[in-house]
Design a protein around this ligand. Structure first.
Ligand code: ADP
Ligand code: MG
Length: 268
């Protein structure tokens, strides 16, 4: 627990990659907790109907529980539905339930469907003391992810140190460009985080250096190792920062949260 620098204005960051299983949710929850332990006020928005981010920070997300769905479809206020996470000081979560799976279709016929999350987050940030909003996106580039692109100022892309790591990134960049051109000119890809790095394999190092070549300014120095502790933590309804803070994985996410906060403060 330390004190991380507060950004001069709240940072709204979408954690995105249309590939599944690359470490989006794991990174969103552990960075959110790390920032919370650093003394910052954090809102985690679970935008994936799977609700894994909600589970990982101890959020209650049975189907009757209000959360992201009600904010998007019923125009409810985030402040009325946030839950306090027991995982870290000053960490709040807007939970996702399975209802959200239907939102992808239900939103199609809704007015201003791309800007609904933005309106809700802007209102929340204006009325509450918030330093970071992290949005955990589903593994697709559908209307839910577009809502995150529009609500966010920054993107954080986790990349798994595996074969085909860079596959799909040009498609992702096309979607980002489209949103920048049409709805959110302020959106920037600011952070790339290498995940599931296995120091014993040549492959991991090769992928890591390829990604650094591709995103020289964006790739974090901190690399997240492949770690059993990281994978186990969610089954206890915990982040690795409370489950096994001293493990290599716990230390890596703490370092990544610190790097995220410091780089943000420098770039302000
Ligand atoms: P995504 O949200 O991109 O689909 P997840 O964060 O859910 O990806 O991660 C996919 C799987 O990999 C999960 O089972 C998760 O526990 C596991 N995992 C994520 N990061 C690590 C890591 N650094 N080491 C080991 N397992 C990990
Ligand atoms: Mg996920």
């Amino acid at each position: 627990t330390g004190s991380l620098p507060r950004p001069t204005s709240p940072r709204v960051i979408a954690v995105v990659n249309q590939k599944g299983g690359v470490g989006k949710t794991t990174s969103a929850v552990n960075l959110a907790a790390g920032l919370g332990f650093g003394g910052l006020n954090v809102l985690l928005v679970d935008l994936d109907p799977q609700g894994n981010a909600s589970t990982a920070v101890g959020g209650e997300h049975r189907n009757s529980e209000p959360g992201t769905y009600e904010v998007l479809l019923d125009s409810d206020r985030i402040a009325d539905h946030v839950q306090v996470s027991p995982e870290a000081p000053n960490l709040k979560v807007l939970v996702a339930t399975m209802d959200l799976a239907a939102a992808e279709i239900e939103l199609v016929s809704v007015v201003s469907r791309e800007t609904r999350l933005k309106r809700a987050i802007d209102a929340y940030v204006a009325e509450n003391d918030v330093d970071y909003v992290l949005i955990d996106c589903p593994p697709s580039l559908g209307i839910l992810t577009v809502n995150a692109f529009v609500a966010a100022r920054e993107l954080l892309i986790p990349i798994q140190c595996e074969y085909y790591a860079l596959e799909g990134l040009s498609q992702l960049q096309r979607s980002i460009s489209m949103v920048q051109a049409n709805i959110n000119p302020d959106l920037v890809l600011r952070t790339v985080l290498l995940t599931m790095f296995d120091g014993r394999t040549r492959l991991s190092s090769d992928v890591a250096s390829q990604v650094r070549q591709f995103f020289p300014g964006e790739t974090m120095e901190t690399v997240i190792p492949r770690s059993v502790r990281i994978a186990e933590a969610p089954s206890y309804g915990q982040t690795v920062l409370t489950y096994q803070p001293a493990s290599a994985g716990g230390q890596a996410y703490l370092a990544a949260a610190e790097e995220l906060a410091r780089r943000g403060a420098e770039q302000d």
